[in-house]
Ligand binder design. Sequence first.
Ligand SMILES: *Cc1c(COP(=O)(O)O)cnc(C)c1O
Length: 373
Amino acid sequence: MSIYGTLGLEPAINSSGKMTALGGSVLSREVTDAMAAAGREHVVIADLMVEAGRWIADVVGTEDACVSSGASSGVAIAVASVIAGTSKPLIQGLPGRVGKPFEVVIQKGHSVDFGAPITQMIALGGGQAVEVGSVNRVDVSDIEGAIGPDTAAVMFVQSHHTVHKGMVSLAETIRVAHERGIPVILDAAAEDDLQRWAKSGADIVIFSGGKAIGGPTSGIVCGSRELMTAARAQYAGIARPMKVGKEQVMGLIAALTAFIGSDADAAAEGQAQRARMQAIATRLSLHPGIDAIVEQDDAGREIYRAVFTVRAESGTTAPLIARALAASRPPMYLRDNKAAAGQLALDPRPLTTKEESILLDRLDEILTEAAHA
Ligand SMILES: *Cc1c(COP(=O)(O)O)cnc(C)c1O
């Protein structure tokens, strides 16, 4: 029986991707073993944070790093670090105004809600988001015009959540900010090429430990030694209620160890995914009104998904299918960010073979019923 049975719950079948709402990642045995072992011993947390930061920095290629409880707390900690540095009175004065620059410039198309708004995470760190441009168009001059004496940082969000067309690139953002001596904070929460983003030139880069890396609920903040010393210092201030436990720190280290070891297999893994998703697409296309194909991830990652379009002949709609799956026993989830446009997708990463078979049987049932209704 599932551990969640203790609470009368069934584990969900997740084919939507790494979703916080479904518990992020399923952890490997190495990760859960590391967490269990960490939980059985005491350690000096301040030393653990320094050494874990150093270890992670070596992996991602920055000077230093700081573990956080997630990418969202990473955003708050990053903002607090640039505002307060390591000064105790400033750290403990946040998130109030402490007489330091506090504005965080962000392109309007990057002002996302990933389950909570990024502007609120900025506020938790003592900042105030200053959104610039329009949702679908931002010019370099919009960013330049917003930078002034109150500017603490410029935030850039690298994510499928953001508007992509019409935004100012990361390289341009870094150029205009650095010309004015302003640091750039990069939220790359769900990205999988850690080194690429860590070495992009942004001053602070943030990743979620529970997404691409496959770790427990945790996050990584990385950058210069000075900024990371400041980041860790925020645990005596606004980061205290966002603290991360020894189990999460060691689980994250174990997940990173496996994650970097798997780099070489990414292409082979991609090909296996593609074949698996092709078989699913072929099976779904047998239903009237369903057109299924295999598509590579928009952001060019080695992820292949079976994407299907739901036409009127099917007798149903994409949102109705998603709702019927979520109401099933066990509850099942597809990738539904384009459901309003009639599209659903299966993400192979979180799906075991057994779950795949349960999910497809249920999908067949839903589509067959709809076609005969
Ligand atoms: C998921 C996400 C976050 C939040 O990450 P957590 O680790 O769940 O706190 C922040 N920013 C972006 C762009 C995200 O996609």
